[in-house]
Design a protein. Structure first.
Length: 253
């Protein structure tokens, strides 16, 4: 059984269909690249899976569980995490603190216990240890106690990746992680994503316009155009599909 099953998802905003009967599956340990021109519906699909949007029709299941029956705050508890196109780090907090926030939803601390400092120290130590471990994996420890403000953009992108990783996700949804990066930074990030997938048995849903990166790390591609799926399959086959070429490059006729 597939880990993620998107079935007949339709999202309609007034008279506009942002997604039209979209279906695909994602197997455990697989990297699936979701690609298409701007406005094709890629981020809309991310927002459905992460429960920001309610679809007009269709279903989404994760490991057999009905995702659409969950509240947005409960998505992380089943192991689904995402990053966003725009950085969402706290500039005044240290890098270590920013990463620790990534597992806040899974802590047992309540408002009262935090005020009274009951049972919080052990949990804080464990959270710090795990945050430090992921910073080491991504070669970010030299920045651990530095505020996020003022750090290079490429470093900030890796910090956001670390924050998503601290909670040990099963499915990681990356929304244009290479946006704004140099070619060297894109190659480095691609290597980091591959390594994290292999070490942590991650399943990854990737939206990215940088095709060299997508083709380099994806096991499967799904191509959208105007909200509809126009191709799906092995990256080498999909990249030469006439419908995909036309959607990206335009028809020469």
């Amino acid at each position: 059984m597939s880990l993620l099953d998107v079935s007949s998802i339709t999202v309609q905003f007034g008279g506009i269909r942002a997604l039209d009967d979209l279906s695909f599956t994602l197997d455990e340990g697989q990297v699936l690249g979701l690609i298409g021109p701007n406005g094709a519906g890629k981020t809309t699909l991310f927002n459905v899976v992460s429960r920001i949007y309610d679809p007009t029709a269709g279903s989404v299941t994760f490991d057999g569980q009905d995702v659409l029956a969950l509240q947005p705050h409960a998505i992380s508890r089943i192991g689904v995490y995402r990053t966003f196109q725009n950085l969402a780090l706290w500039p005044g907090m240290s890098v270590l603190e920013n990463v620790m926030v990534g597992d806040h939803a899974n802590t047992k601390t309540t408002f009262l216990s935090a005020m009274l400092r009951i049972g919080t120290r052990a949990e804080e130590r464990d959270l710090t240890r795990r945050a430090w471990a992921i910073l080491e994996e991504l070669d970010l420890t030299e920045h651990a106690h530095h505020p996020a403000a003022g750090l290079p953009f490429g470093t900030l992108k890796r910090i956001e990746l670390a924050r998503a990783m601290i909670a040990k996700p099963r499915l990681l949804m990356l929304d244009e992680p290479a946006s704004g990066l140099t070619h060297a930074e894109v190659d480095s990030l691609a290597a980091d994503i591959r390594d994290l997938r292999d070490r942590h048995n991650l399943t990854i849903l990737l939206v990215e316009h940088h095709m060299h990166m997508v083709l380099g790390i994806s096991d499967k591609l799904v191509v959208l155009n105007f909200g509809s799926k126009i191709a799906e399959g092995d990256p080498n086959d999909v990249r030469s599909d006439p419908r995909v070429v036309e959607a990206y490059l335009g028809s020469s006729a």
